[in-house]
Design a protein around this ligand. Structure first.
Ligand SMILES: NC(=O)c1ccc[n+]([C@@H]2O[C@H](COP(=O)([O-])OP(=O)(O)OC[C@H]3O[C@@H](n4cnc5c(N)ncnc54)[C@H](O)[C@@H]3O)[C@@H](O)[C@H]2O)c1
Ligand SMILES: [Zn+2]
Ligand SMILES: [Zn+2]
Length: 361
């Protein structure tokens, strides 16, 4: 059976997204059909719409979602209809060279559904990050479904599917933030604030939030920032150094992803400190640094793909922390919207009015 549902489609570079009828097949072997309950609007959806990720238009956007498994295909044994799941874009293969050496968080061959979802005329859609969840239903690989405690609200649980996990993981998994560390986060949207919340969870004692927007800095304080720096008026590197005894922070996380912010992250860390790039640059961006500084400052310069998370390990754990009141994920949901309001949510994101708009279905 083919399911005729609504989906948010980006048709061509830079054009506004539109709500279309899409066709979603029943799950084949290893696949799961999920009734989407909530899906957050991530900056990466906007990158897709602007052609910043690749040019495989049309895209079915949305990738930060939670929902209920409606049906599963042959051979799926660890999921059943009715399960409450967070969708992930890291269904690890277990066989690639990263998986074989026990580092599945880097899996180089993750699974997606094999069958395409299409427009009504049969044009295949490219689902954002292999998910495509701004839709009433979506088809994914069963490994993309991570069961979590159904006591969590879908609009909150879904956030772990991308931005919040990326931010928390950038701090804890990639940056290795530990008790007593100093951390600076550049860019305090959903991802940056999650990095702040992650740093707090890990026991960092100095957490510096940097943004161009006062409202964002205020929200960053709520997420756990102990200090804020207004990048419009203050020198970012000097401010971070001043707030860390003149040294720079142990870990600096760039949650913007531009050459200028990454340079700030590089120079605002202490000697032997770590700079983490979690914001996604666009293909034309380049970075120039004196090689002597790369050498003489020591430490590590790392990229964080999806917070180096293992969904099966990290999603249930973070949901448990949320349900215990130790991780305030409600604070990330600024607005709940309808499926036909994604374009407005992009405007709100641009204008800095929201941390996350979440589509509720
Ligand atoms: N690495 C990953 O796995 C992963 C996962 C999800 C999202 N992302 C990326 O993370 C980035 C952030 O996503 P988001 O959803 O939080 O976006 P967002 O638009 O909500 O937040 C970005 C923030 O950066 C601030 N900002 C912009 N330029 C700045 C500058 N020069 N200095 C300081 N602050 C600045 C903005 O004011 C805003 O608050 C995006 O690039 C997104 O694509 C990466
Ligand atoms: Zn693998
Ligand atoms: Zn995302």
């Amino acid at each position: 059976m083919v399911h005729e549902v609504r989906g948010v489609v980006a048709g061509k570079v830079g054009a506004k997204v539109s709500l279309e009828t899409i066709l979603v097949p029943d799950p084949g072997p290893g696949e799961a059909l999920v009734k989407v309950q909530a899906c957050g609007v991530c900056h990466t959806d906007l990158h897709y719409r602007e052609g910043g990720i690749n040019d495989e238009f049309p895209f079915l956007l949305g990738h930060e979602a939670a929902g209920i498994v409606e049906s599963v295909g042959d051979g799926v044994t660890d999921l059943e209809p009715g399960d409450f799941v967070v969708l992930n874009w890291r269904a690890v293969c277990g066989r690639c060279r990263a998986c074989r050496r026990g580092e599945s968080q880097y899996c180089f061959d993750t699974h997606n559904a094999a069958q395409p979802m299409t427009l009504a005329d049969g044009t295949p859609l490219t689902p954002a990050l292999g998910i495509g969840a701004f839709a009433d239903k979506t088809l994914v690989h069963s490994g993309q479904c991570t069961k979590v405690d159904p006591a969590a609200k879908p609009e909150v649980a879904g956030l772990l599917g991308c931005g919040v996990m990326a931010g928390i993981g950038a701090a804890i998994n990639t940056g290795g933030v530990g008790r007593g560390d100093s951390v600076a986060v550049l860019g305090c949207g959903g991802v940056g604030d999650a990095a702040i919340a992650g740093a707090r969870l890990a026991g960092a004692t100095t957490i510096i939030a940097v943004d161009l927007d006062q409202q964002k800095l205020e929200w960053a304080r709520r997420a756990g920032a102990t200090h804020t720096v207004d990048a419009r008026t203050d020198d970012v590197i000097e401010s971070i150094q001043r707030l860390t005894g003149g040294n720079g922070a142990d870990v600096v996380i760039d949650a913007v992803g531009r050459p200028e912010t990454f340079k700030q992250a590089f120079y605002a860390r202490d000697l032997a400190g770590t700079a983490v790039l979690v914001g996604v640059p666009t293909p034309e961006m380049t970075l120039e640094l004196p090689l002597i500084d790369v050498f003489s400052r020591g430490g590590a310069v790392k990229s964080s793909w999806y917070g180096d998370c293992l969904p099966s390990r990290d999603f249930p754990m973070l949901i448990d922390l949320y349900l215990q009141g130790r991780l305030d994920l409600d604070a990330f949901v600024s607005d709940t919207i309808a499926l036909d309001e994604v374009e407005r949510a992009f405007d709100d994101m641009h204008a800095g009015r929201v941390l996350r708009s979440v589509v509720k279905l």
